[in-house]
Design a protein around this ligand. Sequence first.
Ligand SMILES: Cc1cc2nc3c(=O)[nH]c(=O)nc-3n(C[C@H](O)[C@H](O)[C@H](O)COP(=O)(O)OP(=O)(O)OC[C@H]3O[C@@H](n4cnc5c(N)ncnc54)[C@H](O)[C@@H]3O)c2cc1C
Length: 413
Amino acid sequence: MVTPETQRVDIAIVGGGMAGASLALMLSHYCPQLSVVLLEQRPLPDAGASIRLPSFDTRATAIAAGSLELFAGLGLWPQLRDYCAPIEQIQVSDRGRALGLSMRAGQQRASFEGMLGAVIENAALGPILHEALAQTEVQLLAPARVTDVQMGADGAHLRWCGAEKGAESALQAGLLVVADGVNSPLCRQLGIGVDTVQYRQQALVTTVGLQRDHGGVAHERFTDDGPMALLPLPRRDGQHRMALVWTCAEEEAESLCALPESGFIARLQRTFGWRAGRIVRAGSLHSYPLSLSLAREQWRRNLVLVGNCAHFLHPVAGQGFNLTLRDCYGLAQALARSGLAPDSTGRLDLLQDYGRDRQLDQQLTIGFSDRIPPLFASSAPLVRGLRQVGLLGLTLAPPLRASFVGQAAGFGL
Ligand SMILES: Cc1cc2nc3c(=O)[nH]c(=O)nc-3n(C[C@H](O)[C@H](O)[C@H](O)COP(=O)(O)OP(=O)(O)OC[C@H]3O[C@@H](n4cnc5c(N)ncnc54)[C@H](O)[C@@H]3O)c2cc1C
């Protein structure tokens, strides 16, 4: 119900994580005529924040070259550059097999400023996105928890509460963007079903210290204990650092977390090998349960889902946020193209066009992330043989390799 106190906006984004914050920046850049409000239930991140949003925790994110280009289009590259470690080479290897695949930035068209991509710690990305947002016209409401959503003929009606207990406010938006993360309560409330495949795996995440410089090499290594990624990070206090994402079975994750630092390092070194040199330190381990979760609907009239609540992927190929950024860009472009009468942001035909445009990229990226882990988890001789042929094929056949790199680098779709 609209009361005199109800605030009216063109677009309301619920969730200020990587997805919501990125979309808000794109809307402010490409659709400046629209009024946009972003609601986040927790305090917003700043450089010294002790409470972090889920997106901006201890993880690091591999940002593909295509995504760096999107950020550069928003004028954010100068702020990001100092916190990014460039990926100049990707080495893919299979434990126990000599054959591997190596891709260098100089050999690929899919690069940004000579890099295949870059890695940034999420705790650095959060303040950069939110400081940039604070310079825009986007209205930031935080802490502001959305407690109720009703869809009506005139758009979405939200109720939200701030830090003060009991006080509720009302908001009406022509377009509601749900960006509240995986297991989204708002999607449940809106009756949007989710198809989920539990991988029964955990991603163990930590920062490791190395004896030597990583040289801008990102490693993707497939082992019988699960795939692992070791990604370059910027040096800190003179230390060489890399971000580890080790995907393993739930029981295995538990036993790895129980190891003392020296035991974990020894185990990691044995499993990963010596491609990055000697591992000398490991930070605290954080684990993330893994699943493939896909919302059955990503748009309705006056409504769009972006980020983890739309698609939550296996992190092995570092595609989740990169795909989300391309979705956000696609949505901002669709809104900008439509010439926008301000009250037409939720038009069904506009959102259908957006959905159609994003379908192929989503299918390819989700399929790519979903099919790699089982292929590389199996120790069955036939599957191992096939993946060797696969790596060999990628090594020897430039067109195949170009499409693999194009997908991994977030270009060409
Ligand atoms: C281990 C791991 C490694 C990864 N590595 C990579 C990588 O290298 N490259 C890559 O591209 N992707 C990667 N990803 C994927 C990436 O992390 C996700 O794409 C990203 O976190 C998406 O964030 P989000 O904003 O959708 O969700 P979230 O981070 O969950 O944000 C949702 C926000 O909504 C807020 N919220 C929730 N409910 C409400 C409410 N009712 N009212 C107001 N606010 C609300 C929450 O507080 C939160 O801040 C990785 C994922 C994992 C698990």
